[in-house]
Design a binder for this molecule. Structure first.
Ligand SMILES: [Zn+2]
Length: 607
């Protein structure tokens, strides 16, 4: 095999975001000045309202909430600046110091504001109901009502303050340590020292030996840090257990469901629907095994490209931008116009850099600024999809922020993936419609199937891992690496059945996934969101252009109402349990199409 250069030029090398809307740099003296002035503003706020929140008039409450909104915007500007800088270079000590300083600062400020929600929740039920129904408070009524759902789980002010204060050296510290540990790992690969992100990418390589070596190298790296990683997972699971116990949440996932505005029964039915359709996963991987001409698929073959001509497709940054904007523009000129601003006004950070965080995200930031998109662009087809995904988030943030400001812009996680996944779907459909070669179409369909699996099935299998982890930590005490490996393997074997042979080494692969630590319970929301989008996409196909303004309205609505009410605007009924099965039927349909196309293109290989 000819050695390829490590990284080809994509044109994304110089696509660096401009953070000057916040500050001019890590040592901008305005950061310090703002910290002081915001702290004073918060002291004044507390002096004005503390002890009075439960008895404010409508006008007073409106003024208070507006002041709070202004405070959070200012605080958010500093926090976002620090975390965006840090995400581009976790090894920069100045960035590390700033983020630590900001974390401590935020915690101190948050403690001073804890009283507001507590006192509001202590307001008499009848009085609170009257206030939130007042037209003057219309813009904040959903936020105020949603806050009161926490009433049964809230603690005394001093306890709440202590939890916030101690999280700086508790959960936040451990999570940050995990981020630094993973970012600093250098894996041996063919005599080179590579980052986790660089080696993970090699699992998508067409050459099986490359994939095998990549998997071996990742396993070795995780094994080397097993003591630290196992300890971090244990500490954070125990930390969550003690918080949940103190607040009297019935299960490990209850607080997440509450934050998601998703009733427990809805989440349970989602999990049940997905886990009882795991055979769709096996159908696809059995086909993949035949196409690859292998007797057996192993864990390092999961992401192997199907060996057709498309598999080495390479996209420059300009091509990726063009593909995404063209697809968005055919759907909605408004959405395309907003997306274009991300490119034109440097709201994107795109290159792969040595100490840059892996993966991709969109930072919503605050209404006085604008959202930012973070990717690690390497020119792969899936990087183009990722770009569409994060820009979808960006558009969602932009629209919701514009319509409802700070308190209405952050949707719950379950609907947070709505625009992003829809954006990916638009790009996929556009590319698929233009492609006439059945072989290339097959490869594209296979990619789509695997992306959908990653979102729907993999996330639910990871939710089953989290369920096992938290339950075991609560009933068995501290867990050793082998025990966590076992929980992971059980959750993964259930999904793959006998279609993929998972080696013992794969048992360690829970230990680099940041979501489990950053936001426990997060992962099922991806599945929720994807199945929701499959349903929305069917509605779009049926209604055509009439759907577009309705969808824009749904995005603009952000977090200004209950998800089921917002989605009722486009005719989706989240409380209907059959809804999940419709989304799963759409996935089965994709796999059926894939199978038919494969039989047509490779009649000799596919039985
Ligand atoms: Zn996303």
């Amino acid at each position: 095999m000819v050695d390829m250069p490590l990284e080809r030029t994509t044109g994304a090398e110089n696509v660096i975001w401009d953070l000057s809307i916040f500050y001019n740099g890590v040592d901008d003296p305005a950061i310090e000045t703002d910290m002081k002035s915001i702290s004073d503003q918060i002291d004044n706020f507390a002096a004005t309202y503390k002890g009075r929140v439960a008895s404010l008039s409508v006008d007073e409450l409106l003024t208070a909430v507006q002041s709070l909104e202004a405070i959070y915007d200012r605080v958010g500007r500093i926090g976002n600046f620090a975390s965006l800088l840090y995400s581009t270079d976790a090894a920069n000590p100045q960035y590390g110091a700033l983020i630590q300083k900001v974390t401590e600062y935020d915690s101190a400020q948050e403690q001073k504001l804890v009283f507001f929600d507590l006192e509001w929740n202590n307001a008499d039920d009848a009085l609170a109901a009257k206030l939130v129904a007042d037209p003057k408070l219309a813009a904040y009524s959903h936020m105020l009502s949603a806050t009161r759902r926490y009433k049964p789980y809230q603690l005394s002010e001093i306890e709440e303050q202590l939890l916030v204060e101690k999280s700086v050296t508790g959960s936040s510290a451990w999570t940050r340590f995990f981020t630094q540990l993973i970012a600093a790992i250098r894996l041996d690969f063919d005599g080179q020292k590579l980052t986790m992100t660089q080696v993970l990418t090699k699992l998508h390589d067409a050459d099986r030996e490359t994939r095998r070596k990549a998997a071996e190298s990742i396993t070795a790296g995780l094994k080397d840090k097993a003591m630290e990683l196992t300890y971090i997972f244990n500490v954070l699971a125990a930390d969550k257990a003690s918080d949940d116990k103190r607040r009297k949440y019935p299960t490990w996932v209850s607080s997440r469901n509450l934050a998601n505005k998703a009733p427990d029964e809805v989440v349970e039915s989602l999990i049940k629907a997905v886990t009882s359709n795991y055979d769709i996963v096996a159908q696809h991987y059995n086909l993949k095994r035949q196409l690859l001409g292998l007797d057996e698929l192993t864990d390092y073959d999961r992401y192997a490209p199907i060996p057709v001509k498309e598999s080495d497709a390479f996209y420059t940054w300009e091509e990726a931008k063009d593909i995404v904007l063209t697809a968005f523009s055919a759907f909605s000129p408004r959405i395309a116009e907003i997306s274009r601003r991300f490119f034109d006004e440097n709201w994107i950070h795109a290159p792969v850099l040595p100490n840059k965080r892996g993966g991709a995200f969109c930072a919503f930031t605050v209404p006085s600024a604008h959202p930012y998109v973070f990717v690690n662009f390497e020119g792969k087809a899936r990087d183009v999809q990722t770009l569409a995904h994060e820009l979808g988030h960006g558009v969602h943030a932009y629209l919701a922020s514009e319509a409802h400001g700070l308190f209405g812009m952050h949707t719950p996680l379950t609907t947070a993936e709505m625009a992003s996944t829809f954006g990916e779907m638009l790009v996929f459909t556009d590319l698929m419609n233009k492609e006439t070669d059945p072989e290339v179409r097959l490869a594209m369909l296979a990619h789509k199937v695997e992306d959908t699996f990653a979102t729907v099935f993999r996330q639910i299998s990871m939710n089953r891992f989290e369920d096992g982890l938290h339950t075991a930590r609560r009933t068995e005490g501290e867990l050793n690496t082998d025990r966590i490996n076992e929980i992971w393997m059980n959750s993964q074997k259930a999904m793959f059945g006998d279609s993929v042979n998972l080696s013992e080494n794969y048992g360690r692969w829970w230990s680099y996934v940041p979501h489990f630590l950053h936001t426990p319970g997060y992962v099922y929301a991806y599945s929720f969101g994807e199945l929701l989008v499959l349903a929305l996409f069917n509605i779009y196909r049926e209604r055509g252009a009439a759907f577009v303004p309705q969808f824009e309205d749904v995005l603009s609505a952000g977090n200004s109402d209950w998800p089921e009410k917002i989605l009722a605007k486009v005719g989706v009924d989240l409380t209907d349990l059959n809804f999940w099965n419709e989304g799963l039927a759409a996935i089965q349909d994709l796999v059926n199409q894939e199978l038919e196309l494969a039989k047509q293109v490779y009649p000799d290989k596919v039985k």
